[in-house]
Design a protein around this ligand. Structure first.
Ligand code: HSE
Length: 439
């Protein structure tokens, strides 16, 4: 028996998928049972890297999702529409879906998984987070018995590349972004990457799997890397940290009793990571996801977070999982019996803590007049709001302005913000250019 696929999109990832399907030798024997039934493209005339028989190509994507001969629809067109509608139509036609589309799943996962469960089909998305890194399937299966405490990831290659170069070259964000764009490491419109939106989509998906509940994307706190400066990276380095854009999902704990709470912290922001931490040495475009749970302890997944081949590897692994069930008759098409280790079964929404309540260490860089009493004022304002200082250094001068860097002990974010608001009211404090969280 062969399993017939309809491919929506023959771009970078679609081409990688086609290459695997057209060259099955020395891969899992099931790969040779996969057949490209139809391939949806934007233009029939475009020169292609892969030899697809021309009769398989079509620009009619609606016809693919409605084709009764196809078992699985592989959605690789990206973007929100028509991807969302095509996925829903495929589900309503009783087809299983494999997608790499984190934006659609993070926004419309509720609608899509409800429809999939009603139709008794699977929607698998290994490629949506971490490119070629297997992390979705492990969270569903191999780590499923664990009580997960935290998922912390470097899940955006573009920002990791930019921050790595800033670290290595001592350069500022803007010129390195422009160079990354010229070299093809960053998009012409870099917003989704550098403002943390891509990472927010990905941590929403990981959190949903790790903590078994749906996530409202609007509740993920999101801060990008535009404001990270060469000065911050240099200070962080002297203090024993590197700066990474982290996507964090963790079960909140009570700051007093340390009891685990029901609420989750969900946040994406540049973070000072201690140099000895496993995520600190993940550089360039690589991604890594650290999962912490009971009883596993810590396990880290590392690898290529994007690219044609790696992402195609994740896509075809999902296809293979479904094909394995279809060919072994575990799942009859339309039988509505789903393997709970592959399907999405949760329906409630996770509760998310407001950022004001989150407890963290902070790095604060202040510009102040270099005169008696300024550091005293900083200490006083922090103390007034119960912010305990771990270290304070004044290293560089910018003209007659002193640069003061403070690292705090763990403090509730609202207290830190109150202390900073008080400080901003003093004439001797010129500016607070950086406030970064410390892991
Ligand atoms: N734009 C993403 C990144 C790759 O830079 O990691 C696709 O998820």
């Amino acid at each position: 028996m062969t399993v017939k696929l309809g491919l929506l999109g023959l771009g970078t990832v679609g081409t990688g998928v086609a290459k695997i399907l057209l060259d099955p030798s020395e891969r899992h024997p099931l790969v040779s049972k996969l057949e490209m039934g139809r391939v949806g493209v934007r233009s029939l005339d475009k020169p292609r890297e892969v030899d697809i028989p021309p009769h398989l190509l079509t620009t009619d994507l609606e016809a693919i999702v409605a084709d009764p001969d196809l078992d699985i629809v592989v959605e690789l067109i990206g973007g929100l529409e028509p991807a969302r509608s095509l996925i829903l139509k495929a589900i309503h036609q009783g087809k299983h879906v494999v997608t790499a589309n984190k934006a659609v799943i993070a926004r419309y996962g509720d609608e899509i998984f409800t429809a999939a469960n009603d139709a008794g089909v699977y929607v698998l998305l290994e490629a949506a987070v971490g490119g070629g890194i297997p992390v979705i399937q492990p969270l569903k299966q191999a780590l499923g018995v664990n009580r997960i405490h935290a998922v912390t990831g470097i899940v955006n290659g573009t920002t990791n590349y930019i921050l790595t170069r800033m670290q290595e070259e001592g350069g500022d964000f803007e010129p390195i972004l422009r160079d990354a764009q010229a070299l093809g490491y960053a998009e012409a419109d870099p917003t989704a990457d550098v403002d943390g939106l891509d990472a927010a989509d990905k941590i929403a998906i990981l959190a949903s799997l790790a903590f078994g509940g749906r996530i409202k994307l609007s509740e993920v706190f999101c801060e990008g890397i535009r404001q990270v400066s060469a000065a911050d990276i240099a200070y962080a380095e002297r203090l024993g940290f590197v700066i990474k854009l982290l996507a964090i999902a963790r079960r909140d704990t009570c700051p007093v009793s340390n009891d685990v709470l029901e609420h989750l912290q969900l946040r994406v922001h540049p973070t000072l990571v201690p140099k000895h931490h496993p995520l600190a040495s993940v550089n360039d475009v690589y991604n890594a996801i650290l999962v912490e749970g009971d009883p596993i302890g810590q396990v880290m997944f590392f690898g290529p977070g994007a690219g044609s081949g790696p992402t195609a590897s994740a896509v075809v692994s999902d296809v293979l999982n479904i094909a394995g069930m279809l060919t072994s008759q575990v799942v009859e098409p339309q039988s509505k019996t789903q393997n709970p280790l592959l399907a999405c079964s949760h329906q409630h929404y996770c509760q998310v803590s407001p950022m004001a309540d989150i407890v963290s260490r902070f790095y604060v860089r202040l510009l102040a007049k270099d005169q008696p009493g300024v550091i005293g004022q900083v200490g006083l304002s922090f103390g007034n709001h119960e912010v305990s200082i771990e270290s304070v250094v004044q290293i560089d001068m910018r003209g007659d302005i002193a640069e003061i860097v403070v690292v705090t002990h763990e403090v509730k974010e609202s207290n830190l913000q109150s202390a900073l608001n008080e400080l901003r009211g003093f004439g001797d404090i010129q500016a607070v250019p950086s406030v970064l969280r410390v892991l």
